[in-house]
Design a protein around this ligand. Structure first.
Ligand SMILES: *Cc1c(COP(=O)(O)O)cnc(C)c1O
Length: 405
């Protein structure tokens, strides 16, 4: 299938290019000493991902440890409450640890093992990536250092406890605003000192090459499974696929299965409180081209051209940029990126809980809310939602802030 001048039959062979570019987006904008470390990861990954030993080991782990394949569920009662369109959900909430993030963390940690590294390093904001990576490190017997802003350490006590129980070292960062940005800086700093023994594990399809490609590849299991499961269940492909986009890893994993199909693809960004800068985190809808955290993409900028403050009710979606491949697919028009705000998201959170017995992560509830609106517009057909995670982590917050709806 061709879209403008991009041929999706050969898409995965050509994108990203050898320097990590998806069109003008992506690349690697980092200091030379870190570039050497990134090149080592790229060389190792490009070799190992073609090794049947590596691929089969990852497949075994997914089956025996993660509980994959996760099912696709027909959301019958939610569908009938909306009209004729049939909604389905890919159940990443049932992946071990309760979200899609473990898919790339197990891949990254297995790569670390193959490269002979002893340690994995990462930053975390809300703590979800830290917990997934700590889980992978425990499985493989690797050391794990998670850098986290001191403010986040206080706010995310249950995830800090999880990481510690899993044997990770949580390094509290007390510079600047003591949140995610400072944690990223501190983790990169540590990595540039320790890269002989450690690898950095990024939590989404962001960062310098090869991470946007590598994390996409590890997450593509979601889309590949979902495509064949949907075909088996219904005898055809869905008319539309929907996923929420923060950094963009769950979305990219799902989309990878359908880019070369006659399927409409929708990425949903958080509109938060509204379209004013600072009230949302919809970088693909409202951002402009810019470099942060080592990659070129669409980003939300403050008056100095740096990353703008962002907000969303979903802490996993409040990032001022998105993966470069999303920026590319956005410009190409292959994927439609749209927005959903906090209020509609919370309504969808309760709708899925009440009508289907599935409490979604607030991140995933953005995709559910959008699919519900799309179902009303489409009138007939089918929609496949990527339910990226479960909502246990969000229940106390939702009840406190919104009450029972
Ligand atoms: C972290 C997280 C997200 C956002 O990350 P992406 O890289 O955009 O997928 C979405 N859903 C859940 C459940 C998460 O934990």
């Amino acid at each position: 299938m061709k879209f403008h001048d991009v041929d999706f039959d050969t898409y995965f062979r050509n994108y990203p290019d050898a320097n990590g570019y998806f069109g003008k987006y992506g690349g690697s904008y980092i200091p030379p000493q870190l570039q050497a470390a990134m090149d080592e990861i790229t060389d190792a990954y490009m070799t190992i991902c073609k090794s049947s030993k590596f691929v089969n080991e990852l497949r075994r782990i997914r089956r025996e440890f993660q509980g994959r394949p996760t099912p696709v569920s027909h959301l019958e009662r939610l569908s009938s409450s909306l009209g004729n369109v049939q909604l389905y959900a890919k159940r990443e909430d049932l992946n071990h640890t309760g979200a899609h993030k473990l898919n790339h963390c197990m891949g990254e940690a297995l790569l670390a093992k193959y490269m002979g590294k002893k340690k994995v390093i990462a930053e975390t904001g809300a703590g979800q990536h830290g917990v997934a990576l700590a889980t992978a490190a425990a499985y493989f017997g690797l050391e794990c250092d998670i850098y986290m802003g001191a403010v986040d350490v206080k706010k995310q006590a249950p995830n800090v406890a999880r990481m510690k129980i899993l044997g990770a070292r949580v390094v509290e960062v007390t510079d600047g605003l003591q949140t995610l940005k400072e944690a990223v800086d501190a983790a990169f700093d540590a990595y540039s000192r320790e890269y002989h023994d450690a690898i950095y594990c990024i939590g989404s399809v962001v960062g310098p090459h090869p991470f946007p490609m590598m994390v996409r590849d590890f997450q593509s299991v979601v889309g590949i499974e979902a495509r064949s499961q949907f075909l088996e269940m219904t005898g055809e492909l869905p008319d539309a696929v929907v996923a929420c986009v923060g950094g963009g890893s769950n979305a990219m994993g799902m989309f990878a299965g359908f880019l070369n199909d006659p399927v409409d693809i929708y990425g949903v960004e958080p509109l938060g409180r509204g379209p004013a800068l600072g009230d949302h985190a919809a970088s693909l809808n409202y951002g402009s081209e810019g470099v942060m955290h080592g990659f070129n993409s669409l980003m939300l900028k403050d008056e100095h051209g740096g990353p703008a403050p962002v907000y969303s009710v979903a802490s996993g979606l409040d990032y001022p940029s998105s993966g470069p491949e999303h920026a590319f697919l956005h410009d190409l028009g292959r994927v439609t990126y749209d927005v959903v705000g906090d209020e509609d998201t919370i309504d969808a959170f309760f709708a899925l809980s009440r009508l289907e017995g599935i409490i979604p992560a607030i991140e995933s509830a953005h995709a559910v809310a959008y699919a519900m609106q799309l179902a009303k517009r489409m009138k007939r057909g089918s929609i496949l939602i990527n339910l990226s995670g479960r909502g246990d982590k969000d229940m106390d917050y939702v009840i406190e802030k919104y009450g029972i709806r």
